[in-house]
Write a protein that binds this ligand. Sequence first.
Ligand SMILES: NC(=O)c1ccc[n+]([C@@H]2O[C@H](COP(=O)([O-])OP(=O)(O)OC[C@H]3O[C@@H](n4cnc5c(N)ncnc54)[C@H](O)[C@@H]3O)[C@@H](O)[C@H]2O)c1
Length: 142
Amino acid sequence: MKVREILRQKGSAVVSVPPTATVLDALKVMAEKNIGGVLVMDGEKVLGIFTERDYARKIVLKGKTSAESRISEVMVTELVTVTPDHDTSDCMKLMTTNAIRHLPVMENGKLVGLISIGDVVKAVIDEQQSTIQHLEQYIAGS
Ligand SMILES: NC(=O)c1ccc[n+]([C@@H]2O[C@H](COP(=O)([O-])OP(=O)(O)OC[C@H]3O[C@@H](n4cnc5c(N)ncnc54)[C@H](O)[C@@H]3O)[C@@H](O)[C@H]2O)c1
């Protein structure tokens, strides 16, 4: 399955915060939306990503407070991204190789969505389920 199809199913809306947000602001948004990471965006420009891992390692372990830390100080700026034409296998390889769980989706330099490891796992399970169904129908019909 292509990333395009995953986005069609889950939607293309991306949850983001501006670089001026505090880490506490970002954590509140993540809790409210029940997600593990937010993109940091200045208008349409993607500046970075902030995830629960960044909070654990760059705030808690460093003895900093989330209310006094800016998201721009702790976000990851080197983004690994995909395009709508990548497939689930490409995403799994990128997530495994880079030990990451979120992939922003870019098309012609513009952000068009974000997929997480859970979206990819669901897509793979759906694909396998559909293959099993086809094989069962084929066997039953022969
Ligand atoms: N059943 C499903 O369709 C489904 C899909 C994905 C995740 N999940 C479950 O959610 C839990 C956590 O998932 P996860 O580790 O993949 O990551 P996560 O909690 O960050 O993501 C959960 C969902 O929110 C979306 N999301 C995350 N950050 C977003 C952002 N900034 N903007 C827009 N959408 C965003 C993801 O694409 C995913 O669909 C797991 O228990 C997983 O099984 C379920």
